[in-house]
Design a binder for this molecule. Structure first.
Ligand SMILES: Cc1ncc(COP(=O)(O)O)c(C=O)c1O
Length: 359
């Protein structure tokens, strides 16, 4: 069976060595030495000032909204995983959707600007499939209207724009280290910022609102454990090798698929070092997508409709925004299997199945 993704596992003995240390110290959580070491290595790897390791990428977004004191309207993208808009609604803010660009599937800055009202406090958008948003245009809008800018960078670990980590843009970026991601810590995530004040608040908020006996405010439990940090420490040095293996697979897909009837997002901004987090294709219609998916499933190959549905169409979202491109793309986008050790012969086979069903 070939799934859309597969978790990378480091050598078991390496993880066991970390577990041995956890047993010896008898400290399993509460900002232990492995969490501190992972945060240090992540700061170095990403070249960022603050990187707080938290329980997952969803709580990371919630913490970011809290630290920036966002309580009203947040302009966001309808083409993302539901966690992006759910976190906004969970924090009692109102998501207002701005449509995406046809080229790279990231939010259209012009649509963001058009959606601003007197209640807008923040822009919270996703680097879709790890491809950078138009960070310059979005920062200019945020500056012009004095809005906070948060990036859901769940897919963007290891991506660089003009030599700079994509996670270092905006007021705060959030990341997911879920086990399906390019870099993972089983479950986990991070909140990244260059701002000392935000970092201080985020550190309190993720730990019930206090540090030791310094009770500052109401907080949540967004900490992560020594076991999760241990997995992150095993995997971090292997990220370049994982990205390289994924690139080879993407190159094979790009060479093997018949592009006369399908397309994919175009990476447009700056000089981008990609992480090859996903391999989405855009099919001519939903009917053809369902046909291609059925042909692959008949061979025990399971692609994923990603992202589906368009978040502005969810019944519990009250926004009335009009997002025709996202509505359309959500019906036609299919992520093909992509993981570090997907056999090259299988990629060739997947290309043949897709090409045949498109013919
Ligand atoms: C774009 C996006 N944002 C947020 C999340 C949530 O991350 P987590 O699963 O770590 O909570 C995901 C998870 O896949 C995601 O794809």
């Amino acid at each position: 069976m070939i799934n859309v993704t597969k978790t990378f596992l480091p050598p078991l003995e390496e993880y066991q060595q970390y577990v041995q240390g956890i047993w010896e110290r008898n400290q399993l959580t509460n900002n232990g030495p492995l969490v501190q070491e992972l945060e240090k290595q992540l700061r170095e790897y990403l070249g960022v000032k603050h990187c707080l390791f938290v329980s997952n990428g969803t709580i990371a977004i919630q913490l970011a909204l809290k630290a920036l004191n966002i309580t009203k309207e947040v302009i966001t993208t309808p083409f993302s995983y539901c966690a992006t808009s759910h976190a906004i609604i969970w924090e009692n803010c109102v998501p207002v959707f701005a449509d995406i660009l046809e080229s790279d599937y990231c939010v259209d800055p012009a649509k963001v600007e058009a959606a601003i009202t007197e209640n807008t406090e923040a822009i919270l958008v996703t680097h879709v499939y790890g491809n950078p948003c138009d960070v310059d245009a979005l920062q200019a809008i945020a500056d012009k209207y004095q809005l906070k800018l948060i990036y859901d960078a769940a897919h963007a670990f290891g991506v660089k724009v003009d030599g700079k980590s994509l996670l270092s843009f905006g007021d705060i970026s959030t990341c997911s280290f879920h086990s399906t991601k390019v870099f993972h810590s089983i479950e986990g995530g991070a909140v990244i910022t260059d701002n000392d004040e935000y970092a201080w608040l985020l550190d309190r908020y993720r730990s019930f609102g206090h540090k030791g006996d310094d009770y500052f405010t109401i907080g949540i439990n967004g900490k992560n454990s020594e076991f999760h940090a241990a997995m992150g420490l095993c995997n971090l040095p292997r990220v370049p090798q994982i990205i390289e293996a994924r690139k080879a697979i993407v190159d094979l897909y790009e060479a093997g698929l018949d592009w006369s009837k399908i397309s994919q997002p175009i990476v447009t901004k700056g000089v981008v070092e990609r992480n090859y987090a996903y391999f989405p294709i855009l099919l001519p219609s939903e009917a053809i997508l369902l046909k291609v998916r059925a042909a692959l499933e008949a061979e025990n190959i399971f692609p994923r409709r990603y992202f589906y549905p368009s978040l502005s169409s969810l019944s519990f979202v009250t926004s009335t925004s009009n997002c025709p491109i996202s509505d359309d793309y959500a019906l036609r986008a299919l992520a093909l299997p992509l993981y570090y050790d997907l056999a090259h012969a299988d990629v060739v086979r997947i290309c043949q199945i897709v090409n045949t069903s498109l013919a």
